[in-house]
Write a protein that binds this ligand. Structure first.
Ligand code: GSH
Length: 225
């Protein structure tokens, strides 16, 4: 597949783990891009001009030429398919390799992000907006722990990354959810901490933190070392 031209790239959104995924991927690929630093819950996602770009009124949003994408996993998947990847970045050499990456991506986006962490955010941190639901929040936390423990059995072989012992978009998604969980003081197994710590030292992650958190690093990231 011919690699796409690296110009006219814009990313809307900072200061959220979903935006961090996109900035991190961009830094891994050394992309030059424009950041439009709008934040969630600031009113900036509700303006007419932004609603025209993303009717869901959410960040991150990614634009490459005429293409606009509005889901973080789809955005980093597109970037891994489209731009030149560093040698050590794994996009899957065949259907089997790509399916293993997708398996992890769907797992993280459904079981960890949507079913667990986002539920906790909506019904605990944002309870004034969405309503308090302490039973559902406690159950979501238990569910997260169960799922992450099951996932950690795959880390027992000592491999540094999730698929093929090479860094991939699956590692970006999983690490973003681990940062999020740790910011909620959710316990994760030691193996998972070890996995995360060796991912966080990547220069791409460190550079993305500066872009995504220009006003200071959140406690989950401070707890990385
Ligand atoms: N599934 C979407 C979720 C996007 C999302 O919920 N973004 C939040 C911030 S992390 C947002 O923009 N909320 C709108 C607002 O709060 O103003 C993704 O992964 O990109």
């Amino acid at each position: 597949m011919p690699e796409a031209e690296v110009k006219n790239i814009k990313v809307w959104g900072i200061e959220s783990v979903r935006c961090m995924r996109v900035h991190w991927m961009a830094r891994e690929l050394n992309l030059e891009y424009e950041v439009i630093p709008i934040r969630s819950r600031s009113g900036e996602t509700l303006t007419d001009s932004f609603t025209e770009i993303n009717p869901k009124q959410k960040i991150p949003v990614f634009q490459h030429g005429s293409l606009v994408l509005t889901e973080s996993a789809a955005i980093i998947g597109y970037m891994s398919e489209t731009f030149v990847l560093p040698k050590e970045f794994f996009r899957g050499n065949d259907a089997e390799g790509r399916a293993k990456i997708s398996e992890w991506c769907y797992f993280v986006m459904t079981e960890l992000d949507a079913h667990s962490l986002y539920l906790i955010r909506r019904h605990d941190s944002l309870k004034d907006v969405y309503g308090a639901a302490p039973v559902a929040v406690a159950s979501a936390e238990e569910y997260f722990k169960k799922q992450i423990s099951a996932a950690s059995t795959r880390m027992k072989d000592g491999s540094s990354y999730l698929v093929g012992d090479q860094f991939s978009i699956a590692d970006i998604l999983l690490t973003s959810c681990l940062d999020w969980a740790i910011s909620y003081d959710i316990d994760v197994p030691d193996l998972v901490h070890k996995y995360r710590e060796q991912v966080l030292i990547r220069p791409g992650y460190q550079d993305a933190v500066k872009t995504n958190y220009p006003n200071g690093t959140p406690k989950s990231v401070l707890r990385s070392t």
